[in-house]
Design a protein around this ligand. Sequence first.
Ligand SMILES: N[C@@H](CCC(=O)N[C@@H](CS)C(=O)NCC(=O)O)C(=O)O
Length: 255
Amino acid sequence: MSSIVRYLHHPASQPCRAVHQFLLEADIPFIEEIVDIMSGINERKEFKDQYNPTGQVPILIDDDFVVWESAAIAFYLNEKFKAPSNWFGDTAQQRAIIQQYLHWHSTTLRRGAGAFFYSNFAECIWGPQDYSKEIEKGRHVLRESMEILEGWLSKTPYVCGNEISFADLQGFHEFVSHHAGYVIPDDEWAKFPTVKAWFDKLSERPHAKTVSTTIKKVGEIRKAGEIIPMTRRTSLAKGTEVIGSGNLGIPYFNS
Ligand SMILES: N[C@@H](CCC(=O)N[C@@H](CS)C(=O)NCC(=O)O)C(=O)O
């Protein structure tokens, strides 16, 4: 296997930034390739056949080995490059707790990304419409997830213990998008002071800043009311969004 891996990603994507930050934090050599998911290139058959049948990023390529899903990518990198044990755990119990977070994350906090997507990106794709139901669904999941996180973080400084792990990066980058997109109002943050303190602490890490530059710009552009041209669908508009929702009449196209 090659010693320099290829990392296919997009900086506006939460799971992509989590893996990107992990690559930098663990000092893993990689070649960066940005996939323009805003243009829908990732929806092409060739892309899906070659890289990822879901048409999503991030994707990691190590010679002829291809792996997608952010947590699986980070897990592979951790093993291959023998990253410091804080990232994926040293003991069976630490490893289990980190995996526990990652599984919880993908069905809860991650689903709250709908609040960001529908308040910041939907209009750019489908024009002005009433997206409030979708936004509220995302916000609901986000609030419930923040309640759980508030409990965890009141016991330990990081979500899985005393040291930062990949679980923190995965969770943190969801909040980076919500923060950049003005999704969580101050009075909502105030209900979760421990989550906010954890978010602020992680925001200070130099690599967190490096990988978050683009999404912060995106947030400012949208706040100014400007439209970002994009034709993409997203995982959230492919019918995989918030629990039991189906599609609430928001148009999207299957090709
Ligand atoms: N569970 C996946 C989620 C990946 C994901 O949602 N990727 C989005 C960007 S945030 C994507 O590539 N969407 C395709 C699109 O927008 O067309 C992971 O953790 O890697």
